[in-house]
Design a protein around this ligand. Structure first.
Ligand code: PMP
Length: 406
């Protein structure tokens, strides 16, 4: 097969031509938000200029066109993650919203007093707090799977936590704080042996490799548009039909109803039952183009490219005196979190910013993970396929220069 031209791909992203503080931007904060290729920005612009109308209600031409464009994304996402049914793809505002939906609606139907909800020690707050709230509401408890010193889940401890009272397991596919890839297929299989459903937080997995929800046998799978070259304000909840059908609506109002009267209201079919009100139509249309864009490159090609960059960056960073990488699991994806004993992560981030290099510092919305490793926060470099070795070389040079300040 033809080799992919990553220089060409890099030029698809207008923002990468920007200068920051007089220097060419080095963007290494992709785990927070990825950048957007021009095709996606153009598609959203085109929608606003030529196609905008409300969806699902108009008999007129423009409304039908907007509806078609918006609904096309659902089929694209279905194919992208290999869901069995189109109506198993629920539009949300992002991973946070997707998990809140499940914590609320699954909770209403399935979580009872004395039940247990299993999460890991290194989840994003979005996959902790909604479960704590659901647990409080239903008189259940949250049980925590510990990780070892490398940042890998303790699978023996996980199995021991599973029991008759376990209502659901909620686990990240890839840790945004450490980059650890969790063996979700195995985690799901262990839960299914006991008829326990599993929600996977795929926010950091979908942008970085092929995800097949049927092969994983995930019961719920959540992710965000803005981390996969799409716009903000949009996300996906995949759920198995039998769970989604049994779960009550999360939010209510227009679009999600069948018949409304003051005697009572019946709800719309899937997926609309979970999609109340006018949605962010342009964002949904844009995500469809982002999915096309990623598919055209190929998720396997992207995964391989990012693994090469990750290996290169890891080697280069480990060469820096005093730098310690947190999370040294064998299976990692595009995130490197590191600390120095004598330099605060915030200071590293601030000095790098002076050189036009964007990284993230802090607890990465994973305070329990930081506590596990006895640190306040880390400096986090997160890669995308449009990064290159030059970005990493500039990062390494920047960190070395930063070190001379201390
Ligand atoms: N889970 C993980 C693993 C994440 O990395 C993020 C985003 N940092 C989220 C959930 C929340 O995603 P969003 O802010 O798009 O809702």
């Amino acid at each position: 097969t033809e080799a992919t031209d990553f220089d060409q791909i890099r030029s698809d992203f207008p923002v990468l031509q920007e200068k920051v503080k007089g220097k060419p931007l080095v963007y290494l904060d992709n785990a927070a938000s990825s950048q957007m290729p021009a095709v996606v920005a153009n598609r959203i612009d085109h929608y606003h200029r030529h196609e905008h109308a409300n969806v699902h209600r108009g008999i007129h031409h423009l409304s039908q066109k907007a509806t078609d464009s918006y609904e096309e994304t659902r089929r694209k996402v279905q194919a992208f993650i290999n869901a069995e049914h189109e109506h198993e793809i629920i539009y949300t505002s992002g991973t946070t919203d997707s998990i809140n939906l499940v914590a609320y609606s699954f909770g209403e139907q399935y979580i009872d007093e004395g039940d247990e909800i299993v999460v890991s020690e290194i989840e994003h707050h979005a996959n902790i707090v909604p479960w704590q709230i659901a647990a409080q509401k239903h008189g259940a408890s949250v049980q925590v799977v510990p990780v070892n010193d490398d940042g890998d889940l303790d699978l023996e401890a996980y199995e021991k936590l599973l029991n008759k009272r376990t209502a659901i397991v909620a686990i990240g596919h890839v840790s945004n704080a450490l980059g650890t890839i969790h063996p979700v297929r195995e985690i799901i299989a262990k839960a299914h042996e006991r008829d326990i459903p599993v929600l996977v937080d795929g926010a950091q997995a979908v942008p970085h490799g092929q995800v097949d929800v049927q092969a994983l046998d995930a019961d719920f799978y959540a992710f965000s548009s803005h981390k996969m070259c799409g716009p903000t304000g949009f996300g996906i909840l995949y759920g198995k039909e039998r769970y989604l059908d049994a779960m009550p609506p999360y939010r209510s109002g227009g679009d999600m109803i069948d018949k409304v009267s003051f005697e009572g209201t019946t709800f719309n079919v899937l997926p609309h039952k979970f999609e109340a009100g006018t949605p962010p139509i342009a964002a949904g249309v844009g995500l469809g183009t982002a999915v096309d864009y990623l598919s055209n490159i190929g998720m396997d090609v992207i995964a391989q490219r990012e693994q090469e960059l990750l290996d290169y960056a890891t080697q280069q960073l480990l060469d820096i005196d005093g730098l310690r990488i947190v999370g040294t699991a064998r299976q990692k994806a595009s995130v490197i979190s590191f600390v120095f004993d004598d330099i605060h992560a915030t200071d590293i981030g601030t000095i790098l910013d002076q050189q036009g290099i964007a990284i993230r510092t802090g607890h990465h919305c994973a305070q329990p993970a930081m506590r596990r490793f006895d640190i306040a926060g880390t400096a986090r470099v997160s890669l995308a396929f449009y990064n290159n070795r030059e970005d990493i070389d500039r990062l390494v040079k920047g960190i070395k220069e930063a070190k001379t300040f201390f």
